[in-house]
Structures are given as C-alpha cells and as structure tokens.
Write a protein that binds this ligand. Structure first.
Ligand SMILES: Cc1cc2nc3c(=O)[nH]c(=O)nc-3n(C[C@H](O)[C@H](O)[C@H](O)COP(=O)(O)O)c2cc1C
Length: 270
C-alpha cells in the first residue's frame, strides 16, 4: 500500500503548530488543571510477581565526559546475563524519582509539563536473579511487576521486527506512552511531546549503559501491533513509543561491538 505520506505529515505538522496569531484561539476552549491531572502512575496490582528494586548500588568513579565520548550503539551482545543491580541502575537513570513536589514528583529524565507519559516494559531474557518474562516498571513503588513469566526471547525478537540484536540481548526495553497524561494538557500537540519524552528517557538509559560498560542500542523499528499484543496494551490510548536492546558486549573494540551479531559470530562466543 502506497500511503499519501506528504499529506499525512503536512496535516499533522500544521494542525499541531503554535503560531503567534493562533495562540489565544488554540487555548480559548481548552483547560488544564495541574491538580486534576490524570493518574501519573500505572501499576499492575494483579501482577504474577512483584520484585522490589530498592536503591541501586552505584559503581564508583564514572567520568561523565568520557561517557559522552564513549557512547555508541552496540548490538553484538554476548550470551551472558546482566545483574539485577545493573538493570536497576538503567531503570533508575531513565525513570527514577529524584524530587517530590507534593502533587507530583520529578525524575532523572525531564518530561514536558512534568506529566511523565512514558512507561517502561521489559522483555527479560537473561538477568541474574530474575525469572525470564515480561515485566512492567512500577515507578512509584520502585519495583518490577511480572506480567507474564516464561521464555519470550523468540516472541520479543519477532515483535521487534526480527532485528538480530534483539534475539541476543539480555533485555529488550519497550517504552510506551499513556496518551491521556499528556493529551490532557497539550491536546493534539501532545503527539509531539510524547516522542520527545521517550527520547529523553532513552538517552539517559543509553548513557547509563555506557557508564556501566554495557552495550545498548535504541530502536525505532518494530511491529507495532505485535508489540502491543505482547504487552497487552490497546495501541491507541497506550502505545509503543521507543525500544532498546541492552546486554553485555566484549568491550574490546567498539566497531566489533557496534555491528549486529551474525550466527557465526555468536557460535564463536557461545
Ligand atoms: C530513535 C532512534 C532509533 C534507532 N533505531 C535503530 C534501529 O531500529 N536499529 C538499529 O540497529 N539502530 C537504530 N538506531 C541506532 C542508530 O543507527 C545509531 O544511533 C546511529 O547509527 C549512530 O551511531 P551511534 O549511536 O553509535 O553513535 C536508532 C537510534 C535512534 C536515536
């Protein structure tokens, strides 16, 4: 199917542009109350398990400037597990609460209007002390909620468009957007804001992975419906916004670590 991409894009950009002339009319019949904001925290009270994360243990002596310099997309994952503390550090760096403003809380990553529409789901393949399965991060109570336990390596790989790295990653992360949190304030322009928010979360995650000596790579390419089915979300009010793979890499040569794994490469290491 050949879609009319130019018209679709132009209509969206025009309909969501602010202009000096249009500013007052835009807001004339719209209201937003900071005290009546939609619920910020998604939890799964009926989750099959709850894994408390607690405060992660920080490794000493990471040089911020070196982290910027060394960050690369690394896809050639070793068949080794990550530790739960490493996963906790990645999650805290990208979504951890760091200040309490009373009616709302602030986090490690910035968020437009402090609305925090982004949720974190994990397809866990190999994390020490964590049963493989699909998890959701309960940000408020800082715990993982098990949605479905079992080996979802193949299903995750398929939903993430079969990208080779996703099969070998210790964890595949799927960041989703709960639209109403952002829509309630920014209306149609919220469909810009949620992508920006997801990128802020993703970049913190990638930099933390670099600081830990792990490999990580963001992905903008996945099969939307398959991902939504995997997570059990509707794909309209709550949809996938960005994904990433993370895991151990050899760490000897970034060019080697950077390229996707090939079957022969993997046999050598396995
Ligand atoms: C939003 C976004 C989506 C991306 N999607 C993919 C992807 O689907 N597959 C992939 O292998 N790399 C993906 N990448 C990684 C880019 O290819 C990579 O960042 C780029 O080649 C620059 O290399 P560097 O990250 O090592 O500096 C993505 C990066 C970003 C920021």
């Amino acid at each position: 199917m050949h879609t009319d991409w130019r018209r679709i894009c132009d209509e969206f950009m025009q309909a969501t542009s602010y202009t000096p002339e249009g500013w007052e009319a835009w807001w004339a019949d719209r209201e937003y109350s900071n005290t009546e904001r939609p619920e910020t925290y998604l939890t799964y009270p009926d989750a099959v398990c709850h894994i408390p994360l607690g405060d992660p243990e920080r490794p000493p002596g990471v040089d911020l400037w070196q982290v910027f310099e060394q960050r690369r997309s690394k896809r050639n994952f070793l068949p080794e597990a990550m530790s739960l503390n490493e996963l906790n550090l990645l999650l805290w760096s990208s979504q951890g609460i760091t200040a309490d403003m009373g009616q709302y809380q602030l986090r490690t990553a910035p968020s437009s209007g402090a609305l925090y529409p982004i949720e974190t789901y994990l397809v866990v393949n190999a994390v020490e002390g964590l049963e493989p399965g699909i998890y959701h991060l309960d940000v408020k109570n800082w715990q993982l909620e098990g949605i479905q336990m079992g080996d979802f390596r193949a299903q995750g790989h398929a939903a993430l468009r079969g990208q080779a790295m996703t099969e070998h990653a210790a964890v595949n992360v799927i960041w989703t957007a709960v639209m109403e949190r952002c829509r309630a304030k920014y209306f149609e322009r919220a469909y810009r804001y949620v992508w920006w928010d997801s990128a802020a979360v993703m970049e913190n995650f990638l930099l933390a992975a670099t600081g830990l000596g792990l490999g990580a790579c963001a992905m903008g390419s996945w099969y939307d419906d398959l991902v939504h089915d995997l997570l059990g979300i509707d794909g309209v009010q709550h949809f996938s916004a960005l994904t990433a793979s993370v895991g151990r890499i050899a760490g000897e040569d970034w060019l080697h670590d950077r390229r996707p794994p090939t079957p022969s490469d993997f046999l050598k290491k396995g």
